[in-house]
Every structure is written in structure tokens, then in C-alpha cells.
Design a protein around this ligand. Structure first.
Ligand code: GLA
Length: 669
């Protein structure tokens, strides 16, 4: 379902936690929000203990006053169901609400998200609160969207308690039917794991050594579904009470979180929203940001989405929390917008003076409004207002990357050929050269529709169904191009290895077969005969119809092909059989994209990002070119149109200053 909060233009704002402050601060908040151009705030996310001080007694007086003031200032509210942190009375009365780790430790209250996803008591109390909030605020004019829970799974994505065990069994019955099928799927003939009664089926708790791969993968799937069920339980209550108010929950698409299969979650929300925090020490954090934004747009099915949270400057939960450089919060906000976000919000409005997040930046810092951060917040807010016409427009891409949380989970299990494989690293390594070339990328699920793409990149899709592998093959046969990498096609969806040579599911498509893996030592490097450098992975591959593009010049497999290309039907299938990196990888990826006919958004200088949104103004087709200079030097651009941020017409060569952003409205032909 697709529904969007009724806010004008692009949304701009933050989580607003007025309960941390006395009443007199709220008026100052609203005045300063106006100065900052705030249009939308998320309210009440962690307020359960305040609004339900004892079971069944609700007190919304504080939020009534807050919502009235926000409404009077023309600020919309994304109102939380307030269920993200169960109150002390609940966990004291029902300690079995608390989650349990794989080693049996029951977590204590005193933080947040301290609940077992399968706890019936938590679900009952959370849905009751969601109903009370919905009934109380159903007609409040400030209410523009519902914010269910908060960052599901952020802290507790897996619970191993007895309740979870019961729920896991029910889920397994649904998926596998009977114990024979379960035994077969989990390969329990190995290590005497055959089960003869459902009582013997457990979550993958702490074991003497490696657990069962089928059990681990199913538990990951179950755990994502268990939390999703919790979300839909609250959502259904809201739909019943306020059928017209759009509902979301904030995802955490990005480098640091991978515990939920967001493809299935995305189907259940009215609009997709995401929280994204850069890894502050990474020099390439803007590239990772772009990738997360593109993946979020994929989850939104190409429709606009909302950046629900990011940070104005430092966070407080990384090892070293580096403050953002001048211009960085503006660039980050506009970068998400460039890639499909119809708004950018922060955690949080006013920096806390107490509590665990005191040292996390906010729109309004401890030092007050006369600060670099607040000035930049106001400047960027004003820019967002000037970009109102971009709202509702979309991004187009010639290239798709297949992204699969289930393969990610399978690949991070223990007892694999190398510990140096990282699914996220591989996807990022393939994304980066496309980003640098100005080639926009969509992300699709393994079961996604590929027909719109000239090139489909398939990185490390290790656990793949027959049907999904067939779809990729058919895409090539119909004239598309695929670039499949090592670690793909190895097993079916149960984790059973596909026999007859790797990469099982893609062997025929790629015209190759591999007889043995040769992972490399920690610092070992191998050269290809075209000069490319390889780390982490090589494999003993034989072409069977494919053309050899490059072979190993040294290492354990001298002369063995490392990159191949096969013609299949009307298309081409490339296989990258090794951990190619750096310049060699950039060359390969851009060559494949070029041969596939992928068009870049322009010719970006190094460190400059170009991406386009497309839409309409009245009856005319229009596009907006976002140009973001991530470097500390001025660059020249060749553009024509009007820069909406400066208001200036531009035509021909124009300078984009160091760290600056331009959004150029171009008329489409
Ligand atoms: C997440 C949470 C917020 C806050 C921020 C800090 O996004 O949703 O409540 O904890 O992290 O970065």
C-alpha cells in the first residue's frame, strides 16, 4: 500500500522528545523549529512509562499540550505508538517479557527495547497502548502519520527464551509441514541431529561447536517474521481506528544493521522510512550513504520514502564519534533527497541533558542556537523549502543490484571457506565504481522484476531458489546483462550445496564450473594477467563455453580463469570468480556497465555525485539534477537550467564550490 503523510513539499524535522524538558522550554522549541523550517516531528517514541504509569491507566495530558502547540505552529506530527521501551512496571510484574540471549542470560530492564518479540504479554500491552493512543488522537489535526514501535530489532532481534522456542516451532510447522520435512531441510542426518518430536526442536542456543546451518537460517527468518508480526499487530489496530492515516516504522537500512528481511517488511508499511547514520570514521561514508538510500528506495518500490532519522553531527554509539564537518549535514540531507527521499529528519530536535544519549548531536545543540550546527540546520531547512517541487518525483536506473538479507545471513554463519567474506563489503565494492561513474543503481530482491534493467549485478547470492536463479537467467536470455560474483549460487534456500560444481545455480548461465575453492591467506594478494589485484578469494574454475577475460598470473592457480563472459540468448553473463579489488574492479564494473548500455547521469569529477530525479511541473516533464561535491576543491560542471538552492539560472560551465550542492531543474526533451 502506498500512502504519504499530508505534509507540504519535502519534510524537514526530527524526533521531538518534549517529555525530557519542562513546559517553558516547549515554547522556545516551537519558535526555534519555525526558524529552522521544521515541518514534521516524530513524537512520543519512548513515552510508554509516562502515558501509562500503571497498567491500563492512560494519561495523555502532556502530549495533548505538545500536539496543540505544534499544530498551532503548522508542524505535522508523526505520532508514535509509544511501545518501543516497555515501562518498569511491566517488566517487574512480568519478567518473562524480558528477552533471553543464546547463552541463556535474561536481559535486565533499564535500557530500551527490553522485550521478547514473541512475548504474548508484551504484545497484548503494546497493542492496548497503540489502541489507546489511536483512539485519543484519531481526530487531532496535527496527526499526519503513525510511527509504530521504533527501529524493530535494533537491540533485540533474536530471543532464545522458551516462548520464542514455542513460536519458532509453530513457524517451522507452517514452513516445513512435518518433522520429516524439517529433518530433510536441516540435514539432521549429520552429527546425529535427527529429531523425533517437536519438543526437541529448539532455537539455536549456545552449543559446543557450530550449530546446524538450516536451523540458524530458519531462526533468522523466523526472528524477522516474529518482529514483523508484532509490527502488523499494532498496525492493524491503527488501521481499524484511523483508516486514513498513513503508517510507517523506521527501518535501519545501512551498514550497521542487517537483522531483518526488509523486503518482506516493506510490503506491510504505507510508506517506507529509514534511519541512517554514517560510520563517522569512514572516508567513504558518503558512498555508503548513497547505497543505503538506493536500497531504501528499492524497498519503497521506487516511490518516495522518508529519511526518518540521521544526525546533525556526531552520534554517541560508535567507538569514536567524529563531529560532522561544515556542510556535511547539508550534503547528507540532500544526498538522501537526491536518491528519492521526500524529506529528512534527525534524531533529535533538542540535545538531551540527561539519559544515555546526552552526547548525541541534535538539531539544537547543548550550546544553543548560536552554533555551527543550528545555523546549518536553518540554512538546510530553507533549502528544503526551496525544493518543494521535487516532492513526488522519482529516480530511474539502468542497473540493478540484487540484494538479499537471507544470503547475507547464510554467508555470515560459521564454518565457511573463509572468515574474510563480507556480504556487505562485496555489495559495496561493486556499488562504489558505479557511484563514481555517475551510474544510478536500483536495488531489487532476488525475486524482483528485472525487465527495466540493462545490467543486473548479482553479488554473493549464495542461498538462491531455483525460481530466482531462473529469473536471472531469463533476463540475460532476453538481452540483458548479468554480472555474477563468487559466492553466488552455491546452495539452495535450505543451505544445501548444489552438486556438480560451483557456482551451482548459475553454472549453466555463466558457462563455467568450479571444482575447488582457494581462499587466500589474510594478507595474500594475487595478480591477474591484466594487472588486477585480488584478495580474499580465488577458485579453481573451468570454462565450459565462456570466454576468458582475465586469468591469474600468480598465486595458487596460475593460468586459471578468474573473470569470464558468456553469451546467452541475446545477452551476456559475466562471472567474477575472485576477490578483485581497487582499480581492477573499477575497470571491470565500468566496462560491463558500458557494454550493457547503462547511461550515467553525467560525467562526474572525482568525488562528485550526480543523480537525477524525474517528475512533472504542470503538464511538462522535468528533471532535477542533484550535484554534490564531496571534495574540498571547487569543480566545474556542464549544466543548464535553474539551481533551485541558489535561485540562479545556470547554463554551460559552472563552478560547484568545495562541499557544495546544486539542484538544477532541467526541462526534459
Ligand atoms: C536510533 C534511534 C534513536 C536514537 C538514535 C541514535 O536511530 O531510533 O532513538 O537512539 O538511534 O543514533
Amino acid at each position: 500500500m502506498s500512502r504519504w503523510p499530508s505534509t507540504p513539499g519535502l519534510a524537514w524535522g526530527a524526533d521531538y522528545n518534549p517529555e525530557q524538558w519542562p513546559d517553558e522550554v516547549w515554547d522556545a522549541d516551537v519558535d526555534l523549529m519555525r526558524r529552522a523550517g521544521v515541518t514534521l516531528v516524530s513524537v512520543g517514541i519512548f513515552s510508554w512509562a509516562l502515558v501509562e504509569p500503571e497498567e491500563g491507566r492512560y494519561d495523555f495530558a502532556l502530549f495533548d499540550r505538545v500536539l496543540d502547540r505544534l499544530h498551532a505552529a503548522g508542524i505535522g506530527v508523526d505520532l508514535a505508538t509509544m511501545t518501543a521501551a516497555p515501562p518498569p512496571w511491566l517488566t517487574t510484574r512480568h519478567p518473562d517479557v524480558l528477552p533471553v540471549l543464546a547463552d541463556g542470560t535474561r536481559l535486565s530492564p533499564g535500557s530500551r527495547q527490553s522485550y521478547c518479540p514473541s512475548s504474548p504479554v508484551y504484545r497484548e500491552r503494546a497493542t492496548a497502548l497503540a489502541r489507546a493512543v489511536a483512539e485519543h488522537y484519531r481526530d487531532h489535526p496535527a496527526l499526519v502519520a503513525w510511527h509504530v514501535g521504533n527501529e524493530y530489532g535494533c537491540h533485540v532481534a533474536r530471543c532464545y527464551c522458551d516462548r520464542s522456542a514455542e513460536a519458532f516451532r509453530a513457524w517451522l510447522r507452517e514452513r516445513h509441514g512435518d518433522l520429516d520435512a524439517l529433518n530433510e531441510a536441516w540435514g539432521t542426518a549429520f552429527w546425529s541431529q535427527h529429531v523425533t518430536d517437536w519438543d526437541q526442536v529448539l532455537p539455536p542456543r549456545a552449543t559446543p561447536t557450530f550449530g546446524n546451518p538450516g536451523q540458524l537460517l530458519d531462526f533468522d527468518r523466523f526472528s524477522s517474521d516474529a518482529l514483523l508480526e508484532l509490527f502488523t499487530a499494532e498496525r492493524d489496530v491503527l488501521r481499524e481506528v484511523t483508516p486514513d492515516v498513513p503508517i510507517t516504522t523506521n527501518f535501519m537500512v545501512g551498514w550497521t544493521f542487517a537483522e531483518l528481511d526488509y523486503w518482506s517488511w516493506a510490503r506491510e508499511v504505507d510508506f517506507v522510512s529509514n534511519d541512517h547514520y554514517t560510520r563517522s570514521e569512514s572516508p567513504d561514508r558518503h558512498v555508503e550513504l548513497a547505497m543505503a538510500a538506493d536500497l531504501t528506495r528499492g524497498l519503497a518500490g521506487g516511490r518516495p520514502w522518508l529519511l526518518m532519522e540521521h544526525s546533525t553531527s556526531a552520534v554517541n554509539w560508535q567507538e569514536r564519534n567524529i563531529a560532522k564537518l561544515p556542510g556535511e549535514l547539508r550534503r547528507n540531507s540532500l544526498q538522501h533527497t537526491a536518491r528519492g527521499a521526500d524529506g529528512a529528519l534527525f534524531f533529535q530536535w533538542r540535545q538531551s541533558r540527561a539519559g544515555a544519549e546526552r552526547y548525541h548531536s541534535a538539531m539544537l545543540p547543548h550550546a544553543g542556537p548560536d552554533t555551527k550546527v543550528f545555523r546549518e540546520v536553518c540554512e538546510t531547512g530553507a533549502g528544503f523549502a526551496r525544493l518543494a517541487e521535487v516532492a513526488g518525483s522519482t529516480v530511474r536506473a539502468d542497473v540493478a543490484i540484487v540484494f538479499d538479507w537471507q544470503s547475507l545471513w547464510a554467508s555470515r554463519q560459521p564454518a565457511h571457506p573463509t572468515r574474510d567474506f563480507s556480504y556487505q563489503q562485496l555489495v559495496s565494492d561493486l556499488y562504489a565504481p558505479l557511484w563514481a561513474a555517475g551510474i544510478t543503481v536500483d536495488f531489487v530482491p532476488p525475486s524482483g522484476d528485472l525487465s527495466a534493467y540493462r545490467l543486473v549485478v548479482v553479488p554473493g547470492l549464495c542461498a538462491v531458489t531455483d525460481a530466482d536463479a531462473r529469473r536471472i537467467t531469463e533476463h540475460v536470455e532476453a538481452g540483458g546483462t548479468a554480472l555474477v560474483t563468487w559466492a553466488s549460487g552455491l546452495t539452495d534456500e535450505r543451505g544445501h550445496v548444489r552438486l556438480g560444481g560451483y557456482p551451482g545455480a548459475f553454472r549453466d548461465l555463466l558457462g563455467v564450473w568450479t571444482e575447488e575453492f582457494h581462499p587466500l591467506r589474510a594478507d595474500e594478494r594475487v595478480l591477474l594477467d591484466d594487472g588486477g589485484e585480488v584478495a580474499v578469494w580465488t577458485e579453481h574454475l573451468h570454462p565450459r563455453g565462456a570466454e576468458v577475460i582475465a586469468s591469474y598470473a600468480d598465486g595458487p592457480l596460475p593460468g586459471v580463469p578468474a573473470v569470464t563472459r558468456a553469451t546467452r540468448g541475446a545477452g551476456a553473463a559475466w562471472y567474477l570468480a575472485c576477490g578483485l579489488r581497487g582499480e581492477g574492479l573499477r575497470r571491470l564494473v565500468t566496462t560491463v556497465a558500458e557494454q550493457a548500455g547503462a547511461t550515467p547521469a553525467g560525467t562526474p569529477a572525482d568525488g562528485v555525485e550526480l543523480v537525477r530525479r524525474h517528475g512533472r511541473r504542470g503538464d511538462r516533464a522535468v528533471s532535477w539534477l542533484f550535484a554534490l561535491n564531496h571534495t574540498s576543491a571547487d569543480v566545474e560542471l556542464d549544466v543548464a537550467g535553474v539551481d533551485l538552492l541558489s535561485g540562479d539560472p545556470v547554463s554551460g560551465r559552472t563552478t560547484l564550490r568545495a562541499g557544495d550542492v546544486a539542484v538544477i531543474r532541467e526541462e526534459e526533451v
